[in-house]
Unconditional design. Structure first.
Length: 319
């Protein structure tokens, strides 16, 4: 499925947008021989006849606009999911496949061996699809507290599975993702061994994470254990969603109030110190994605075309 998506994109760039193969190789961060094989696969699959499906020019313009406006190092936009499509709430299969591609490309291109990971269903889906050479030198480290209600989205299980399938060692933060007060958070972060893991997480040259929308009640209950009345208070405080458990307003500023929980995670300021790859799609995440971009927390983005357009449209309506 991933190769099919990339072959179609290579066809878009080459035959739809009229780019040369070396330009396509740069955009996809692949070698020219690999692009050649992608185009052959696209022809064999029937993607290419007298026209290519999709609107590559619009897609290229959206990617360029987002990169320029938010000083991104890379931006990869996919088709938007069809209603009822598998993983639709995460942006669809195409977003997850493109996320895997960017994840693996950054690891290879930057010779990265230490990766910081967020939590949630997006990270779980990525981890199941990664295809990297087995390497005992990999280090997988949690960026935020790992304890939660859901077994499926728990970094304990995600990182353990990565160590089993790809090799290396895993480091976890045996804490909740949030605390109800700043004082409780301070005490939690002072526990033995926590500072060492946080230091390792901060220094990871690649950090991979998603974002959560404030209107996604199942996410907020599953990941953070928040009650409905707590979610209502966060909305009244101006929260549009969270990134690493930090609830932010529409400008990307962390909300600090007695009613807002404190994240047990690396500081958001650490995200832009190296590469922070955010993979998220779906219209319900548009506001929190835009806020995260405004806050400067994202260096590399994978999202879907409708979400990308809404992010830019929202910016234009505010100006």
């Amino acid at each position: 499925m991933k190769d099919k998506s990339l072959s179609l994109r290579a066809a878009w760039y080459t035959y739809g947008a009229g780019l040369k193969q070396n330009q396509v190789a740069d955009l996809l961060q692949e070698s020219r021989p690999k692009v050649n094989r992608m185009l052959t696969a696209a022809r064999n699959s029937g993607f290419i006849s007298y026209s290519v499906e999709g609107d590559p020019q619009h897609l290229l313009e959206l990617e360029a606009s987002l990169m320029q406006r938010y000083c991104l190092k890379s931006c990869f936009i996919t088709r938007s999911p069809d209603p009822g499509e598998s993983l639709c709430e995460l942006g669809g299969q195409a977003v997850i496949e493109a996320g895997v591609h960017q994840f693996q490309t950054l690891m290879s291109k930057l010779a990265i061996q230490t990766v910081g990971l967020g939590k949630g269903r997006t990270i779980r889906e990525l981890s199941k699809r990664l295809s990297l050479p087995y390497n005992d030198d990999y280090t997988w480290v949690a960026l935020q507290g790992c304890l939660g209600i859901s077994h499926e989205t728990n970094p304990f299980d995600i990182i353990e599975d990565l160590c089993d399938s790809l090799g290396g060692e895993g480091y976890l933060l045996p804490l909740a993702a949030i605390e109800r007060s700043a004082q409780e958070a301070k005490l939690a972060l002072q526990r033995h061994g926590i500072s060492d893991v946080l230091r390792m997480a901060k220094s990871a040259k690649l950090k991979v994470l998603g974002v959560g929308a404030i209107n996604n009640t199942p996410h907020l209950s599953e990941i953070f254990g928040l009650e409905p009345h707590e979610i209502t208070l966060l909305k009244h405080a101006g929260a549009v969603g969270d990134i690493l458990g930090n609830f932010i307003d529409k400008e990307g500023q962390i909300i600090v109030s007695a009613d807002c929980p404190t994240a047990l995670a690396i500081p958001l300021s650490e995200l832009s110190s190296h590469r922070s790859l955010v993979i998220a799609g779906g219209l319900q995440k548009t506001d929190v994605l835009r806020a995260s971009l405004k806050g400067g927390y994202i260096t590399d983005l994978v999202t879907d075309i409708e979400s990308a357009a809404h992010i830019l449209d929202g910016d234009n309506s505010e100006n």
